[in-house]
Structure formats: C-alpha cells, structure tokens
Design a protein around this ligand. Sequence first.
Ligand SMILES: *Cc1c(COP(=O)(O)O)cnc(C)c1O
Length: 458
Amino acid sequence: MDRWQTIVEPFRIHSVEPIHLSTVAERDRALRAAGWNLFNLHARDVLIDLLTDSGTGAMSRDQWAAIQHGDESYAGSPSWYAFLESVQALFPFRHVIPTHQGRAAEKILFSTIGGPGRVIPNNTHFDTTRANVEFSGAEAVDLVIPEGRVPSALHPFKGNLDVAALERLLAARGDDVPVVFVTITNNFGGGQPVSLGNLHAVRAVCDRYAKPLFLDACRFAENAWFIREREPGQSGRPIPEIVREIASLADGMTMSAKKDGLANIGGWPAMNDDVLAEQCRNILILTEGFVTYGGLAGRDLEAIAQGLREVVDEDYLRYRIRSTAYLGEALDAAGIPVVKPFGGHAIYLDARALLPHVPPLAYPGQALAVALYREGGIRGCEIGTVMFGRRPDGREEPAAMDLVRLAIPRRTYTQSHIDYVIEVVRWVAERAGELRGLRIVQQPAVLRHFGARFEPLP
Ligand SMILES: *Cc1c(COP(=O)(O)O)cnc(C)c1O
C-alpha cells in the first residue's frame, strides 16, 4: 500500500450509529447545564467524541460473534479459559486476574503493595493509577526522561523512564519501593512509546535492587508497533514477538482491555508471584467476583479474547498509528502547537502555548476544550492543571503541562470525520486570543476533573 497516500481503513462499515448534528446554540445550553465540564455533557450533544479512546472503539464482526459464545457459568466458564489463553499468548504471566476495568486492577494491586511510607515510581502515572497509589497512602513519582516533559522536544521514545533517576530513587529509598512501573505507551506524557532498550535497562536496575517490574500495558500493541518502526534492529519483527519480549522483562502488569483489548469493558492484573496473586485474589472476591470472571460477564471475556488477537494485526496497527499522525500532521502544518512526535492514540494540543494570555491557574486546557466543543461539537479532554493541579495537601499549583487530548476511538471515525476536526481546531486556534479562562466553583475530593463545575472568568 506504500504507493498511495490515502489511509485506507482496513475494514468497512457493517452497522452504523447516527450522530446528532447539534448547533452552537444547543451546545451553549449544554455547556451551561454541564458547569462547563465536558464530562457532564449528555453524549448525544457531542458531534465527534474524542474524550477518550477507552472502551469507545468499535468491535469487529468476529468479536460480536464471540459474544454469542459467552458462557455465563459462575466458575470455570469456557469463556474464562478462552480469555486466559489469549492473554497468556501475549503475556505469559502465571496468574491472570480478571477485573471490570484497569483501575480495579490498580486498586487491587496497590491495596496489597501500596500504603503509607511507600513510593511507586513510573514513567508517568495515569490519573487513576496516581489516585489509587495515593489513596493507599503511598507516594506516586513520575520519572519520565526530561524530553518527555517538553511538548515540542523530539525523541523517538519520549515515554522512556529516566534510568539514572530511578537508580537514584532506589539508592536513596530502596526499602520504600515495592514495585517499579512503566506505562506503555506513556498516556499522560502524550501517548509516547517506551523503547525495548529502555525496558531492558529498567529491568537491569530492578534486578540490581531486587525490585519487581510491572507494566501498565494498556497500549502495548501501539507501543510494539512504534518499537518495530523506530528502534534499530526491530523492523519487520512480528508484533506478538515484540510483545512477548516486553512481557518477558516484567514480573507483572495491569491492563485496561478498553484500550488495546479492543473491548468496551474489562481489564486484569497479572503477575508471577504466587503470594501476591493470592492476596490479590482475596480482594478480587471481595470487590469484583469469583476468580474465573472477576468483574466481567462471560461474553465480555470472549470479546477481549478475540480483541487481543485482532489488535496485534499489522494492517490494523499501521492504519491506527498512521491515522492518528494524519490529524497531528495537519494541525502541525497549520502552526498549531501539538505534542511531538505524535503519540499512538491521541493528539495533544499545547493549550499553554496556544493561550499564553490564560495563566495555568485559569485552566487554559479547559478553556480550549470548552471552545472546541462550543464551536464544533468536538469533545476533547483537558490534561493539565484541572486534572493534576491540586496536590494531596489541597494546595493548587500549575501542572507540568496544560494539554487538550484529542483521543481517537479505535476503528470508529473515518477520515472525513477527522478532516472536520482539523477544520474546527484551526478555526478555534485562529481565534485563540479571544478565549477566556475559567474558575472552579465546585469540586469533588478526588479525581476532581470528572466532577468539577466551572464558570467562565469575566
Ligand atoms: C485507561 C488507563 C488506565 C485505567 O484503565 P480503566 O479501564 O479506565 O480503569 C490505566 N492506565 C492507563 C495508562 C490508561 O490509559
């Protein structure tokens, strides 16, 4: 296909979902009712929903067929064995524990290994990961390489963990570190991949300090594709083989099947440690369900088992990564500040750079996200000071970056939908000087971005 420029989606449409073409006046009303928080909108009022790529993808014909094989036996269902086999074909960890989504896996894991006085390093903790670490009383530290904190810095593996910083942490506080985490791809660092070389180096440090290494593997297939494309010596290697090498470097993982499981729900922690697995299963039974279904129906287990086979397909991954870059390239060419290089699942607008007149504590990311929705019905997600600006002690301070994430649901929107997004973002960017910041009038105690209500500043 290299002769042609057009991205041919490696599927055709089998079942359609209508989109409501709302007006600016309708969206103004919706914003007011939602307290200018896009999480509070009725999704019917959204035209192109780029809030998240989590659980929002389209399932394939074969996944819907697999759902018909769902066996709802309470214990030992054939669907559980199909799921287990599919997970272990890529991640051969001894214990796999099904949960209803990724954060349940995190909650279970950090309830056992977290706690006051503990510190968990990661390249960049995802919001629910950080929240679960902190809820346990432990401290979450982000150790991404310096390039990973600069939106415009180019680096092929901008999600890499800073190995020297990890070594310093382990030398200083080794006894307090129960596990080292690496998130692939680094979602909140811009969907940036981690190299195989970096994972090997992190493994070596973990070995030196006798620490287990866990993957937050939500986008493992996208990460493996970047390794194949960008890392010397990896080109042309089968994706499942790269994934298995990644898995071989780790002692366990947490996973949200709503990402590279190509499913609408599901997740799991997995590990080799028998004692840890036993502790996790005890909590699983209290909070999720029996060990062979966890938080899932048999039919969900089947959808995930099939999704894991499809997500490592090269035609799919080429289209996936290429179509995300298509959005990024068009915005970049229009002079709009975006995080580069482009990540796998999303394009991140640098709101702090686009709205220099809105200070971080007036939430430039929120202001831009609200404008994209008002003008074009596009729902993105602020990733910045609203999400990360409140410290556990209640202080408010600017986050490292103020971004708006435009996450692309898998296999869901066509190129003309994305062309529309490009048109709207350009229109809003040309008028960025007119945008005003917001203030928070009401906020929940944890993960405030989900429930906060705002008011535009005068
Ligand atoms: C989505 C996500 C999670 C949490 O998964 P949920 O299924 O949303 O609970 C954890 N880590 C990363 C990197 C994610 O992208």
